[in-house]
Design a protein around this ligand. Sequence first.
Ligand SMILES: C[S@@+](CC[C@H](N)C(=O)[O-])C[C@H]1O[C@@H](n2cnc3c(N)ncnc32)[C@H](O)[C@@H]1O
Length: 182
Amino acid sequence: MRNPYNKYYLTEEYFGKPYPGLVEFFKAYSERGNVLDLGCGQGRDALFLGRIGYQVTGIDISDIGIQRLNKTAQIERLKVKGFVADIFKFGITDEFDMVLLDSILHFYKNDFKKEKDFLTRVIEELKPNGVLCNFMQKGSKREHELKNIIFEAGIDFIVLSDGYTEYPEYNSEIHMYIIKKL
Ligand SMILES: C[S@@+](CC[C@H](N)C(=O)[O-])C[C@H]1O[C@@H](n2cnc3c(N)ncnc32)[C@H](O)[C@@H]1O
């Protein structure tokens, strides 16, 4: 399976390094759980998480991205493994303690329903005490949509983080919303 991101992932660290806010959150988080990185790309987050002791499964439709991720993980002997698959069909089983979505949700008009259904399913399938970490471009409308979809899912949760982090490589800001399902 190939996708348009393949050409970008020929460049190392195409999307840059993990955001400072992501680094800070995961370093400080007390449990080193099993993370599912949906739409992991070439693994900037997955590899970072592996290096600080998390176990990570990365899913992406870019075979080039997944190849790069797996090569680095193997060289560094990390507990990180990437698979080429469609995130919109990938089931969230109990083995995953945390689900990471980085730059996957945008809520553009044409994709809204697909992304809403996807996010609702992720929330529903996430196990109790599971953590959902969403990082997306700052924007009051899309942040409102995100929170609304989570609210409408009707689960009990606590908010672990609701703020912004820098994205130095692209001179922009990212909204980070991290919740724990109760
Ligand atoms: C903007 S990139 C973000 C990559 C990574 N999360 C990061 O922040 O570096 C979006 C990623 O989603 C992947 N993607 C898009 N649709 C997908 C699908 N249906 N299944 C799996 N991956 C998909 C793309 O291949 C791409 O790697």
